[in-house]
Structures are given as C-alpha cells and as structure tokens.
Design a protein around this ligand. Sequence first.
Ligand code: SF4
Ligand code: SF4
Ligand code: SF4
Ligand code: FES
Length: 563
Amino acid sequence: MVSIIVNGIDVSVPEGSTVMQAAAAAGFTIPSLCSHPDLKVKENCKVCVVDINGEIKLSCSEAAAPGMVIKTMTPAVLEAKRESLKKILELHPRDCLNCVRNLNCELQALAETLIIRSSDSKPLSLVKDTSTPSLVRDPSKCIACLRCVEVCNDIQTVGALEVKDVIPQTVDGKPLIETKCVMCGQCALACPVGAIVENEQIDEFIAAVADPDKVVITQIAPAVRVAVAEEVGIDTGSLDMLKFVSMLKQIGFDYVFHTNFTADLTILEEGNELLQRLKEGGVLPMLTSCSPGWINFIETFYPDQLDHLSTCKSPQQMFGPLAKTYWAEKMGIDPAKIYSVSIMPCTAKKFEAARLEMNASGYRDVDLVLTTREVGKLFRMTPWDVAKVEPSDFDSLLGAYTGAGVIFGASGGVMEAALRTVYEVVTGKTLEDVNLTMVRGFDGMKEAEVDLDGTKVKVAVANSLGCARKIMDDIKAGTSPYHFIEVMCCPGGCIGGGGQPIPSTIDKRKERIAAIYAEDAGLPLRKSHENPEVKLLYDDFLKEPLGHKSHELLHTHYAPTNK
Ligand code: SF4
Ligand code: SF4
Ligand code: SF4
Ligand code: FES
C-alpha cells in the first residue's frame, strides 16, 4: 500500500494507483474529461490537474508515491483547470439547448463546476453524420478525448474509427454506414459530450400518438425496466414494472406488452432448433441470434460462418409480426392501423427494425424503436412523483412472461433460460434448482457442460464483440469444442446496451445485472415453457415450435455484408 496526503487527509491506496484514484479514496472526485473508470488513461483533456508537492501535474496518469502531498484545489490549480477547459471550449459549439446530451454532458457540467461564464468560441463547422438509423455523429462537438476509439477498436474490435492528427474520425472519413460499424452504440455510452448520440426519434412517437387513426402499442425489452429507474431518478431496478406500464399509458401508448413474452417464445423456438441440430447432425455450434449488433458483426466479419447462427429472429422482431397478425386478428384491429414501438436498451435495434426483410406481417413489423434514454426524456416531459403512480397490468395475449424471459437482459441469460427449458424437454424431469449460476456474471467468457440424460452438451457465453471474435476464430479454425454459444454484442449483455442510461460503467452494469436476477428470483414462473400466453399462442395460432407459421413469422436468414 502507498500512503499519501490528500487535502490534509491521510489515505492508503494499493501500489499502482493513480493520484486521481487516491483522491477518490480520500473522498475527493477530481473533475476530468478524457478519463473513464473502465478505459485506459489518455492524458488528452488536461483538466484533471492537481498540486503535487508544489507542482501542477495530471492526476489521471501520475502514480501515487509515498510521501506525496496533494492539493486538489488551489488558486493555481483552478487557473490551470480553467485554461485547459477554455481551450476545449474555444472550439466547441454553444448549442446545449439543441443537443441530445443537454443536462447529461460532462463538458457542460464541468464548465458549470469551474464557473466558466464566458470564453471566446469559434467552433468548427463540421457536417453531422446521419447516415445510420441508429446513431448521429457530430464531429463539431468532439473534444478529442478518444474514449470512443478505444471502445470501438479495442473492446468491440470493430475498427470503424481511427485517429488522424489526434482527432478521431470514421475510417477514411467515410459516413458511418459505409464503415464496419455494427451500430452497437458503445461509443455513445463512452462519449462525454454530444458528439456521438442515438438517433433521437421522440418526435415520431409524439406524432403517432397524436394521430387518431393509429393504435400505438409497445413492447418493453427485459433490460429496460431495471435501467429506466435511473432515468427517473430512483435506484436501479426499483421502478415497479406495473407502475412503468401506467407511465407508458400516460404518455400515449394504447397497449403495453413485454418483449419478455417473445423472449420466452424464442426459447421454445431456439431450444427446439438446438435439439433438432443435435439429433440430425446440423451445423454446430449453434450461435444465438437475438443481439442485432452481434448479427451485424458476424455478417460483416464472418460472412462464411452464417450457418452457425440460429435462424430465430430476435425477440423484438418476433413480437413485431405477431402483433400485426395474431394479436390484431384476436382483437379485431386492422393491422394497417397498428403503430408498433419497441422500447429497447439498444441502438442497433433501430437498425434491425429498419432491415428490409423485417416485414413478415405484410407491414413494417416494428415501426419505431425508442431507447431507454429516449423514454427517460419522454417521462421527464411530465415530472412524475413515481410514488403516487398507480400500477396497471400488462395487456393480454402478448404480455405474460416468466423469469426466463427477464434474464435475457443479462449476459448468460439467454443460455440459462434455454437450459432451463431444454433440460426439462429432453429429460422429462423437473429442474429443481433453476439458478444456473455457472453462466452468470460479468466475465467476458463463461462455459459449462450440461448432462442431458447422458448427452453432454458443452455451452459457452461471450459478451462483447472482442470475445465474440475469439469464439468465431476458433469456430473458423474448427477447434471450437462447444455445441451452443450465446453471444451478446455489449459488455454485460443488453443491460449495457448502447441506448441505456449514461453513465453505463462496469459497476453500473453489474448493479443492473443484480436487479435482473432479483426480479427473476421473485417470479412465480421461471421457465419459458410455463408461460401461459405462449402456450395459448401455440394452441391457437402457431401450432408447434419450428412449424410452418413459425418459419413464416419468427425465423429469418442472414446475408454477408460487403462493408
Ligand atoms: S456537447 Fe455538451 S456542452 Fe456541447 S452542446 Fe452538447 S450539451 Fe452543450
Ligand atoms: S457504434 Fe459500435 S461499432 Fe459503431 S463506431 Fe460506435 S463502437 Fe464502433
Ligand atoms: S466522439 Fe466523443 S468519445 Fe469520441 S473522441 Fe470525440 S468526444 Fe471523445
Ligand atoms: S483526465 Fe487527465 S488528462 Fe484528461
């Protein structure tokens, strides 16, 4: 341990800690812009300066050493911080009221903290990149912290961004859609300002609600509920699901359903697909297909391995056609009038909903995707006293769910949900302990072996595209030992999706995962095949997993992209 003094307080920190970390241990947060708790030190912004034994130095990169005396706020430190910040602001547009990150922007907050009331500004006028349905890149707001480049190139291993003359840009300066970008939005989560943001579509939703000819319905993804609490200022996971339903009805939805329903349905379809491949010698390992950033990744980087993917659509895209066929018919509603909005943790879902082939219902299956952050903004248009909101039930036919559907939101959740069902289907026995903890947790890679009445099935879970790349390289080399692999694009799974609340640090992602498993543990039904509305759907409409109607509405094909 290293002992130092910060603002007169003795503190001991582990060897190798930075001065910034030592100050945090003593209770002082040092304002900064380019540092991020989950990323490498960058030394770009120079606003993290402190006084170390009488010298002004960067706290993010200086290692804490025995006997150091640190002062985080002296007139000279303040002056140096303000100078660094003014340099950044000189090139920055004063556009806060028009900015997606207004009121959740690290630069704006820092300018307020350091009381920068004026500084000359000649922002560069650069063109916004609106080429993807998922994200908008506004290089004029970029402060060149380079967080996005590390996330895209090192964690996701996509390589859509590069650094030219210390400024990040898309590879060869191409529009994002023409790069290898998979629309995961991890760069948007890391960006301290409004330089990469979700493609905000709140006005489209408001217009749909105002149209008397539209029946506006929604599905809420499993990862959204735990995180949306953060958007309304309460603890992660503490927003009662049924209050959430009421709040969505208040902002204009006519019917509220749950993507957990089609998560349960996915398990029935995907579980049976796995069993069919195991029995009939189909292509193994089978890879899950519910994460659209992952689908974009495999289509772009491993186009010759697409037959490993399950043919199941994602739960979002299973819900879309079912709402405009089965549910519309049962309710006697003209499907042409249904406006289907998904509430998702994910920016890649906006891209997925816009894929040309996603029209199995005869209409656009999902009309609009709003992220958790966008729904947070809609909620903040009406200030809520959440304590006073009366709960409402989900609407029926597509609204029932089990704990297995809930855990889809966390890395390992799809695998655990699948194993809960596959075990019972194959063995005919009851799975007494449904907590399959070996596939849970934040680790990038997890593996397990399951005994299905004498057949040993080897499974693995990968979260983040960097881990997916390792899995794919093994599959390509013919050395993968697995039968079934879950891949999620985003670190931690959908709870860390690119549309989730900011900040989405690793610690925050872990809190969301804990909230997901707590919800699962408290539910009366925890296996997908026990979902009563899924059973009804098969009895009344689909007839059987992998049947004709399922193939028409719930399964898809993948195509190589030539990016
Ligand atoms: S990035 Fe931040 S400081 Fe810049 S315009 Fe947007 S909110 Fe304002
Ligand atoms: S969305 Fe993902 S793939 Fe695209 S630039 Fe950002 S981090 Fe890279
Ligand atoms: S786009 Fe955002 S994350 Fe990337 S360098 Fe610019 S400010 Fe940093
Ligand atoms: S946080 Fe230290 S230089 Fe940016």
